[in-house]
Design a protein around this ligand. Structure first.
Ligand code: PMT
Length: 431
């Protein structure tokens, strides 16, 4: 993470400048501020004068521990806009209103936030929120395009309830999604290029549940966090993302389509249908290899038996291997078409007497036939349910393995997106 150390001194907390523009979503900036502080960032809040009509300066000062100013005439001897702009490791603007986007696109400096945006050379992450008509107005569309062309990350807003009775595109993305992307940019300032615009990405996430009776199921510990992290990063890089989500309550990234599924066969049906429109598939879901042979229609009773009845299992279809085999042809299945999708699998592995995590990963890559296999060690609290992950990405074409050390799941998501971007460009060139 940006911040760094000088020998002997404790690591410096990364400096984040949180710009807040004047919209009803300004109250959510308090949650963003809190989450950034909990992640160890030193946050200076720069609201616009209109933002202070929604939230008092005292709230931002109390939560950040820093004084709050809105114009360049406060603290003149220290030239606040130059100092804060120069010192920031990252600038986050949330919410970014239509007016703020317009002023930033035009390079204006008519309040402290706009002036700071001109001074800073740090990565800038903007999370817009406004009414749908304002978001889709050609002026805003042009402003967003200009800002993105200049290298700023401007997220798409979420779709949902707006002010009054309206709903549509224009809601602020979830605070935890904004913060996840902010923390990613602090670690890797180059992690969110617009290199996946026009690419259609299908991601699976979560864990399947194989029913045994109306009450019980065979399941696993997947929370969906890793798959959703890939989806979040890909959407921020411009991809059109569909997530086939098994049993997770996580909220999808702005603009993504979420397709809920329950069990492995359900997941297979949806993936088979949706892969026809995908340029790349990332199978991060934990899919049950086996399911109960019989689904009992009513709850299985204990019946005063001392021994439970044995559970008979049957094998589920291997969805990933099926996609890869279908693509390899000859045939006419969903993955068989020009510009066939890049297929990425995950492997949740433990080492044992037969080999290490990586040995099992290499064997799985050969068995599954996908292009890339993201091998993550599991057990002892690793990978499942937590926010961080470590992995080695193996490639079927013999490219060097990519080691992704322990870090936020978005960091692994960004490395997967780098590979997808590179491979999709190669596919384009070959067509
Ligand atoms: O969701 P989180 O809590 O964030 O946890 C993330 C994770 C640990 C679930 C994720 O990082 C991960 O490892 N996902 C793959 C889990 C898994 O099913 O691994 P596997 O080694 O059993 O399967 C290998 C691959 O085959 C996977 O891409 C899986 O989606 C696919 N598969 C497996 C079985 C099956 N019947 N069909 C499949 O397509």
């Amino acid at each position: 993470m940006a911040g760094g150390t000088t020998e002997g001194a404790p690591p410096r907390a990364p400096k984040v400048l949180l710009g807040v523009a004047g919209g009803i979503a300004a109250y959510k900036a308090c949650e963003i501020l809190r989450l950034l502080r909990s992640a160890g960032a030193d946050v200076i809040v720069v609201p616009t004068p209109n933002a202070l009509k929604f939230i008092g300066a005292a709230t931002f000062e109390a939560l950040s521990g820093h004084p709050v100013a809105t114009d360049v005439f406060t603290d003149v001897p220290h030239v606040a806009h130059v100092a804060t702009g120069q010192q920031a490791d990252l600038v986050v603007v949330a919410p970014a209103t239509a007016d703020l986007l317009a002023r930033a696109a035009a390079g204006r400096a008519d309040d402290l936030l706009a002036a700071t945006l001109l001074v800073t050379r740090a990565p800038v992450l903007m999370a817009p929120a406004m009414h749908t008509e304002m978001w889709t107005h050609p002026a805003t569309v042009e402003n967003v395009q200009r800002l993105r062309q200049r290298g700023l990350t401007v997220l798409d807003p979420a779709v949902g309830r707006l002010t009054g009775a309206d709903s549509g595109a224009g809601r602020l993305p979830e605070p935890d999604q904004i913060v996840a992307l902010a923390l990613l940019l602090l670690r890797r300032p180059d992690a969110l290029p617009r290199d996946l615009v026009g690419r259609r990405l299908l991601v699976t996430a979560g864990g399947t549940r194989e029913p045994l009776d109306p009450v019980r199921y065979l399941g696993n510990r997947s929370s969906g966090k890793q798959g959703f992290a890939v989806a979040l990063v890909a959407a921020a890089r411009g991809a059109q993302v569909t997530v086939v989500a098994a049993n997770t309550a996580l909220i999808g990234p702005p603009g993504a389509t979420i397709v809920p599924v329950a069990d492995a066969r359900d997941l297979q049906a949806r993936v088979t249908e949706l892969v026809t429109d995908a340029d790349a598939v990332v199978m991060a879901a934990a899919v049950a290899d086996f399911r109960p042979k019989v689904i009992v229609a009513s709850k299985i009773k204990k019946d005063n038996r001392s021994e439970p009845a044995a559970l008979e299992l049957v094998t589920n279809p291997d969805i990933l291997a099926g996609l890869a085999a279908d693509r390899a042809g000859p045939g006419s299945g969903p993955a068989q078409r020009p510009g066939m999708p890049v297929i990425v699998g995950f492997a949740a592995e433990t080492g044992d007497e037969h080999g290490s995590v990586l040995d099992h990963g290499r064997a799985k890559l050969a068995r599954k036939g996908c292009d890339l296999l993201v091998v993550n060690g599991v057990g002892d609290g690793r990978a499942f349910e937590v926010d961080d992950n470590a992995a080695v990405i193996l490639a079927a074409d013999g490219s060097d393995p990519i080691d992704v050390p322990l870090g936020p799941k978005t960091v692994l998501g960004a490395v997967i997106c780098d590979e997808l971007s590179r491979r999709l460009s190669t596919v384009d060139a070959a067509l």
